[in-house]
Design a protein around this ligand. Structure first.
Ligand SMILES: O=C([O-])CC(=O)C(=O)O
Ligand SMILES: [Mg+2]
Length: 622
């Protein structure tokens, strides 16, 4: 069952999550190795019945649901760290928080200084340290080190200080970390699957120590945020996204697997950088690329079953759309940049109606940027209007206009457009740039999804403010350097009338004696709860209706108090509650659609979701 155990007295013998099946020759060798070590230090390898309740503990709650039949009946060997290696195992290390009794029982005497500290005190100390660093990248590195030293403490910090630490482990700092990844690289996190591993991807997956993986975030590094091709150094993104899966969505860390597929990079600067960590070659395209991805997708299903989520992240447009349409009918796949972003923006637009008035179908939308985010959002908005008004989606799309690097997307351009842009080629005379498009279309909602910074110029914001009492302006591109405008620009050029939110965080702005608080329109609101909803329902497919369900949950959580401050999203400090609600809505939709496999359906999905969420509080070891 999913209920957390109240007593947290769990023997360290029973704790080790990294299991290996006994039987295969290589596993046998490994077992002998750990037995040898055991006899030297302590009796630290035991075989336990995996069906007994003690193997789990609070965060192993999903184990039963996700283990395959084979896994459930085969005995496992749990190899357990103690003494010196326990201190070096980030999953179980508690540092000074080991009690006197634990120090005796687990061979830690003398390996720690005499003082003991509570988790709260450790948290206080670390927050003090992190706040002393002036440079965000230093904070990033300090947090990474903590994650590799003491995982629970890392998540405790993240959960208790979401608004302060999100800009470090996530956008904007994670973008800088990826750019400098080769230089700051210490211990590898996640799995690197390069063209060198072709034909051996399943073996690579088996090298990963965890058997019950529930969420994989995978990138090929070609479009990291709005920073472009960072090749193998894109790994910072899956690592950061999965830290949010745990901190914001409550999926346990051991169930999360970051993956970077390295097929080369076209970034000349990286190819010449002596510290670059990836393959030194131009990107493989076509069959070579597709074959590696196919091998990866098959290996994932073979190794982890069909209920593992594969979240595609920061692929370039062409591959993002192709991979999603290729695998959405056979795998549990989710593209965060197309679908996650769409869901969070739809929620923001729906909520914003309270402030700007009208119904969705009465608004006109203009996008700068017609890639994954732009067309993904546009399509979900068109779908939502279609569902609400019963007007076919082919018609509702006509309320939505997109501008790309060649100007407004119009029917005369249709033949030369990529397939994902074609539904948006409406009848209109050619318009060469954004400013002219704003003047021609007169949008009520202006959305930036271009990846190009400072493109919402003074003239553009003034124009959109000239025919709207309250223009809704969303500058979604990340990190901050790529944001289409700053919060200050949005408020100033609209004379304080804009309702504004951005993908990367901005500080509050004072304009004409009034303080304006910008919201963060980032898929971080959606994907952690969305993923949790898939996990707790055992969903095997993602359906667009689930995106609408997630959106509806999020929009429904904006309070009167938030609206009064001009906000269209609830504060991120409540994110775990928000994620639980999103998870419940998504799971409910999965059951309704018949794609949920976890039966029976829990009566109260919200309570169930909450009870399944990982807690970073230390456990006691017997
Ligand atoms: O990572 C983020 O902050 C949002 C996102 O998916 C992107 O910009 O690609
Ligand atoms: Mg992304």
């Amino acid at each position: 069952s999913c209920a957390p155990t109240s007593a947290s007295l769990i023997s360290a013998f029973e704790l080790k999550g990294s299991l290996r099946k006994v039987g295969a020759e290589s596993d046998l060798k490994l077992l002998l190795g750990s037995l040898r070590m055991a006899s030297k230090v302590t009796d630290s390898t035991v075989e336990i019945d995996p069906k007994s309740t003690v193997g789990g503990g609070v965060e192993d709650v999903y184990g039963e649901d996700t283990a395959t039949e084979d896994q459930l009946v085969t005995p496992w060997t749990y190899s357990v760290a103690s003494g010196y290696s326990l201190l070096r195992d980030p999953q179980y290390n508690k540092g000074l928080a080991f009690t006197e009794k634990e120090r005796d029982a687990h061979y830690l005497r003398g390996l720690l200084p005499p003082a003991t500290a509570s988790q709260q005190l450790q948290e206080k100390k670390l927050m003090n340290t992190i706040r002393q660093y002036q440079v965000p990248l230093q904070k990033y590195m300090a947090l990474t080190e903590l994650q590799e030293r003491n995982e629970r403490l890392f998540y405790k910090l993240l959960i208790d200080n979401v608004e302060e630490l999100l800009p470090i482990v996530y956008t904007p700092t994670v973008g800088e970390a990826c750019q400098k990844f080769g230089s700051i690289f210490r211990r590898p996190q996640g799995l690197y699957i390069s063209l060198k591993e072709k034909g051996k991807v399943l073996e690579v997956l088996k090298n990963w120590p965890e058997r019950t993986v529930q969420v994989i975030v995978v990138t090929d590094g070609e479009r990291i945020l709005g920073l472009g091709d960072l090749g193998c150094q894109g790994m910072g993104i899956p690592v950061g996204k999965l830290a949010l899966y745990t901190a914001l969505g409550g999926v346990r860390p051991s169930a999360c697997l970051p993956v970077t597929i390295d097929v080369g990079t076209n970034n000349e600067q990286l190819l010449e950088d002596e510290f670059y960590i990836g393959l030194r070659q131009k990107r493989a395209r076509g069959k070579e690329y597709e074959d590696l991805l196919q091998e990866f997708m098959s290996a994932v299903k073979q190794n982890y079953g069909e209920k593992v989520i594969v979240q595609f992240e920061d692929f370039a447009n062409h591959n993002a759309f192709d991979l999603l349409s290729k695998y959405r009918t056979s795998h549990l796949v989710f593209n965060d940049d197309i679908q996650g972003t769409a869901s969070v923006v739809l929620a923001g637009v729906v909520a914003a109606l309270k402030l700007i008035g009208g119904s969705m179908s009465e608004h006109r939308f203009l996008f700068l940027g017609a890639g994954e985010a732009g067309t993904g959002i546009a399509e979900l908005i068109a779908l939502e209007i279609s569902k609400k008004t019963k007007v076919p989606v082919e018609e509702t799309r006509k309320k939505i206009w997109l501008v790309d690097s060649k100007g407004l997307i119009v029917s005369s351009r249709k033949d030369s457009l990529q397939h994902f842009k074609q539904p948006w080629a409406h009848e209109h005379e050619p318009v060469k740039d954004l400013l002219d498009a704003v003047k021609a279309i007169k949008p009520t909602v202006l959305i930036g999804s271009s990846g190009v910074g400072r493109t919402f110029t003074k003239e553009v914001i003034e124009a959109v403010s000239s025919f709207n009492e309250k223009p809704l302006i969303l500058a979604l591109s990340n990190p901050t350097s790529q944001s289409e405008c700053t919060a200050e620009e949005a408020y100033t050029y609209s004379e304080g009338r804009a309702i504004f939110a951005s993908g990367s965080p901005f500080d509050p702005v004072e304009y004409n004696g009034k303080v304006f608080i910008p919201g963060q329109s980032n898929n971080a609101y959606i994907f952690p709860g969305f993923g949790l909803g898939l996990v707790i329902s055992g969903a095997i497919r993602v359906h667009d209706d689930m995106l609408l369900a997630a959106s509806e949950a999020l929009a429904g959580l904006v309070s009167e108090e938030n609206f009064a401050q001009g906000l269209i999203y609830p504060p991120l400090s409540n994110i775990r509650k928000i994620s639980a609600q999103i998870a419940a809505n998504v799971a409910a939709k999965a059951y309704d659609l018949g794609v949920a496999t976890r039966l029976p359906r829990p009566e109260n999905l919200l309570k169930y979701a909450e009870s399944c969420m990982y807690s970073p509080i230390y456990r006691n070891y017997r």
